[in-house]
Design a protein around this ligand. Structure first.
Ligand code: DGJ
Length: 749
């Protein structure tokens, strides 16, 4: 059992392989967060918090003469608004009498093995892993509120997840204005905050700064988790680097509007609160009703950012992503989007399939444009019936043709959207989220369906199911191409409009779950104009997500690196596209594009009919190489091997298998130089005492150039000790030309 309660000290210890999380009930029943860090053997860490009288910090009535006892300065496990804690709070309610005060005290607890599944929300699955649960019951008797804090301890994974259930035990309805999933106070440290900001076509860029006394808020009010601020933050020591130092990760398993708030208080303690954003949120709770927040995951390590990433990679791969896609080899796909855009018919798609098969691809994905009157991006969304002008003989013939070539067939949908110019909108204009008295805000000339309405979800389930049954379809690309606005539902009364943005997300999850249940072997790839909904919530239904609409390889280095802080390579949809690239116009060699796309799920997105025979041969070699190293890439430990300084010259990353028997190192020169420096890549995670031999090399340029001695030996066959590669580094001779690259595979001898 990884959860221990000491009756005497009233301390709960949540213990994982390397960490300990402590909660203490104080003398008046306030639930305190007293420690999260390396294991301390159950020692009561509450001594870290000194009870000092800090002026203007109020005292609970029963402690009015103990001025050091203030919820404004005590570390809180779930802080509330209105009762004297002036920091960012986790819970804010409005009672029927208009009061905004909420004051929670300990009522009791339960500890048990296993966990309860969340209904309608994604969560950390536990089937294959041991998990123990602590339920803490907190109450506000005056308000008639019961708040349950549920903690799931994944001991082996070094992860704790938590969510909150708020129940109205009063006789009157009340409103929840804010209900976070997690709240935690950290004392005694100056910390840096790392968050992941971005924009369409440039997602998840790490931004690191010192935590100051202002409130930092990493959030989205776009209806989705967004390209702009990912629901994942890191708090770390000021000197923490990739391979050393304390760091905490907080990840919300949610795809809607979210907020991570970080505040350093007057006494230097740092609070982090994570949950649904409160900007548009107001939930009416009638007597007896409960509200369940999304789940958040917490991790701590003293071994640096790479180890923190590794903890999240493992839990997402093994406990969040759908089980049936964990161990199977996922296909290398060819997607037609950048090859044809909307300009295709069935003959063209079948020709593309022929060329894709010749190049060795394993799946053909037909992207946007196959349905309704969809000839451009102004019409058709919502009408999930085949466009017979383009695909005269329907989908089944294409799917059969693709299967006859030995490939699988995949199809694009954008379920949550509707065009004004569509039969669906003409029949059901009330199914779109629009404000009754205004012209709607448009995005890509489309509207968003009201997923809070069960009849909308039913319609989508029926129409998408009919398509999936009509042909051999093995994969769905699930797109989402605008942010929400005018979030007004005709399905709920005015006092429930504040629920719509969360109900929208629940509707989307419901649709994904129902489709997954009915078509368990169809793999969903998430997408939202690239990576606009790249979060652990979507990963619960979809083991991979298109990482970015920016397919340009050199830009991708930064996007994929930023993404890797939180999410495993097995979730990162990444393709080789044409050169010059359609987004930036940059030209990058085919081998470099492939080496970069191999730090993801790997595929191609171009018109294969345009490929030369040499290119096709190269692609066949690339796919063979990717498949050979598939397990290592998808399930090995991911390594960020270059730092900011290196990256003025080159970017490097790698993979090491869990058993340290093999490793793969990739490097791309981004700033080619004359008379340049040798590049040294210090590897990590190898067996220091073992010998490693290079047994395979891919490179965009000739790797054995002559010199006056004619003496640069072939790289393949060279051996190094693990200690040498980790301490001295692997030496890569300068490379020349346009964005040269190399990928080297090492095997333990
Ligand atoms: C945005 C996606 O990210 C693209 O890959 C493509 O599917 C387009 N939508 C299609 O409209």
């Amino acid at each position: 059992m990884s959860i221990v309660f000491d009756e005497k000290s009233k301390v709960f210890c949540l213990v994982t392989r390397n960490t300990e999380y402590q909660i203490k009930i104080n003398e008046i029943g306030i639930v305190l967060h007293t420690y999260y860090g390396k294991r301390v053997g159950g020692y009561d860490m509450s001594y870290l918090y000194r009870k000092m009288d800090r002026g203007f910090s109020g005292n609970p009535y029963e402690c009015r003469n103990k001025r050091g006892m203030s919820s404004d300065t005590l570390p809180q496990e779930y802080s509330t608004d209105g009762a004297g804690d002036y920091r960012v709070s986790a819970l804010s309610v409005r009672l029927s009498n208009g009061s905004g005060t909420c004051d929670l005290r300990y009522r009791g607890h339960d500890i048990f093995s296993g966990r309860e599944e969340l209904k309608g929300l994604p969560y950390v699955r536990a089937e294959e892993d041991k998990v123990d649960t602590l339920r803490l019951y907190l109450e506000d008797k005056t308000a008639g509120l019961l708040v349950t804090l549920s903690y799931q301890v994944f001991e082996e994974k070094d992860i704790i997840s938590r969510y909150t259930v708020i129940k109205n035990e009063s006789e009157e309805a009340l409103f929840i204005d804010k209900a976070a999933s997690a709240c935690m106070d950290i004392v005694g440290k100056e910390l840096d905050l790392i968050s992941f900001h971005g924009r369409h076509a440039f997602e998840r860029q790490p931004e690191r700064r010192r935590v100051g006394h202002e409130i930092s808020r990493i959030s989205s009010k776009r209806g989705t988790s967004s390209h702009h601020n990912n629901p994942f933050v890191i708090l770390c020591d000021r000197d923490t680097g990739e391979w050393h130092g304390d760091s905490y990760g907080v990840m919300l398993i949610y795809s809607g509007e979210h907020a991570q708030e970080i505040e350093k208080d007057q006494a230097g303690s740092i609070r982090v609160v994570s949950g649904i954003a409160d900007d548009h949120f107001r939930w009416k709770l009638t007597p007896g009703e409960e509200f369940v927040t999304p789940e958040a995951m917490l991790a701590f390590t003293d071994k640096g950012l790479s180890e923190l990433s590794c903890l999240f990679h493992r839990i997402i791969r093994e406990n969040i992503c759908p089980e049936q896609f964990r161990s199977i080899k996922r296909p290398v796909l060819m997607n037609n989007w950048e090859g044809t855009y909307f300009d295709f018919d069935d003959e063209k798609i079948m020709d593309i399939a022929d060329s894709a098969a010749e190049a060795g691809c394993e799946m053909l994905v037909l992207d946007d444009g196959w349905f309704g009157e969809r000839n451009d991006d102004h019409a058709g969304l919502g009408d999930w019936v085949v466009n017979k002008n383009k695909l005269r003989s329907g989908l089944a013939r294409i799917a059969d043709h693709v299967e006859s070539l030995g490939m699988k067939f995949g199809l694009w949908f954008e379920p949550e959207m509707v065009n004004e110019d569509s039969d669906l909108y003409r029949t059901h204009p009330e199914w779109a989220l629009t404000d009754p008295d205004r012209k709607p805000v448009m995005g890509r000339d489309q509207l968003v369906l009201d997923m809070s309405r069960p009849e909308v979800v039913d319609y989508l389930y029926e129409s998408i199911s009919a398509i999936l049954q009509s042909a051999k379809i093995s994969y769905v690309k699930w797109d989402f191409n605008r942010s929400l606005a005018n979030v007004f539902s005709r399905g709920v009364p005015s006092d429930r409009q504040g629920e719509v943005s969360h109900r929208f997300v629940l509707g989307s999850y419901d649709l994904m779950e129902r489709l997954r249940e009915s078509f368990p072997d169809v793999m969903i790839e998430g997408c939202s104009g690239g990576g606009g909904r790249f979060d652990a919530g979507i990963m619960f239904y979809s083991p991979q997500i298109w990482c970015s609409d920016n397919t340009e390889a050199i830009n991708r280095l930064r996007i994929q690196k930023g993404t890797s802080y939180a999410y495993p390579v097995s979730t990162i949809g990444s393709h080789v596209s044409a050169s010059p690239n359609h987004q930036t116009g940059r030209e990058v060699p085919l081998m470099t594009r492939a080496i970069i796309a191999m730090a993801g799920t790997f595929g191609y997105e171009l018109d294969p009919r345009q490929l030369s025979e040499d290119d096709k041969a190269m692609i066949r070699e690339q796919i063979k190489t990717f498949n050979r190293f598939y397990d290592l890439i998808q399930r090995g430990r991911y390594l960020r091997l270059s730092d900011d300084l290196d990256e003025e010259y080159f970017t490097s990353w790698g993979f090491v298998s869990e058993d340290r028997s093999e490793a793969l190192v990739s490097l791309v020169v981004t700033d080619v130089r004359a008379n340049p420096e040798v590049m040294y890549v210090k590897m990590r995670g190898l067996d220091p005492d073992a010998l490693y031999e290079v047994d395979n090399v891919l490179s965009s340029c000739e790797r054995v150039p002559e010199n006056e001695a004619g003496a640069r030996e072939n790289i393949v066959g060279q051996t190094y000790s693990g200690a040498a590669l980790m301490n001295g580094g692997y030496a890569i001779d300068p490379m020349f030309g346009c964005y040269p690259s190399i990928q080297v595979h090492f095997v333990k001898k």
